[in-house]
Design a protein around this ligand. Structure first.
Ligand SMILES: CC(C)(COP(=O)(O)OP(=O)(O)OC[C@H]1O[C@@H](n2cnc3c(N)ncnc32)[C@H](O)[C@@H]1OP(=O)(O)O)[C@@H](O)C(=O)NCCC(=O)NCCS
Length: 156
């Protein structure tokens, strides 16, 4: 990977709007409408107990991961994406790894996520970092699109 930093987006950061604008553009490009947070990003991030990390490559946002910890027992990875031109350079793994570390600091017992089984790169990455398949949730994204629920137990 070239010179790159995983940065936590802070609400009062001067770059806030620029970073969010870039992420919203990526959301629209990468995810189908019903799976996209593009229209609700700002709201999602205003919620307590959620955070966003992004990969900064020379001022460009290469990718992002969003996570939340709704209870003291469990956290979830809500979104992970890397721009096409930056894929297969380690950004996705670095982002997920950092998000797992952030969740660990909240002392949760389990981190879970949902993923479309057809997203092979994402499934492979999640398995690489220790996530296991819990269940297939029929109709999770839309009537004809299901999701695997995956989990990582933190004390493993
Ligand atoms: C999934 C995604 C975030 C991976 O990002 P990335 O930066 O390309 O991933 P990395 O370079 O860090 O790869 C880390 C590991 O992921 C897996 N992986 C990544 N791309 C892969 C591919 N095309 N095929 C198979 N495995 C892949 C591999 O295990 C890889 O480890 P390795 O390099 O030792 O083989 C990226 O492909 C993406 O944005 N996809 C579209 C959005 C998406 O599906 N998000 C998840 C659903 S919410």
């Amino acid at each position: 990977m070239g010179s790159c930093a995983v940065v936590e987006l802070q609400r009062n950061a001067p770059k806030w709007s620029k970073v969010i604008d870039e992420i919203v553009r990526m959301e629209k490009k990468i995810f189908p409408k019903h799976e996209s947070l593009a229209r609700s990003f700002d709201e999602e991030l205003k919620r307590r107990n959620s955070g966003l990390l992004y990969s900064d490559v020379g001022g460009d946002v290469a990718g992002y991961v969003m996570y939340s910890w709704p209870s003291s027992l469990c956290a979830s990875i809500t979104k992970l994406a890397v721009k096409e031109g930056y894929r297969r350079q380690g950004h996705g793994e670095a982002l997920l790894d950092e998000a797992i570390k952030k969740c660990r600091t909240r002392s949760v017992q389990r981190i879970s996520l949902h993923v479309d089984p057809s997203r092979t790169p994402a499934m492979t990455l999640y398995k690489k970092l220790g996530f296991r398949i819990d269940d297939l949730i029929e109709g999770y994204y839309s009537p004809d699109r299901s999701a695997y629920r995956m989990y990582l137990d933190v004390d493993e």
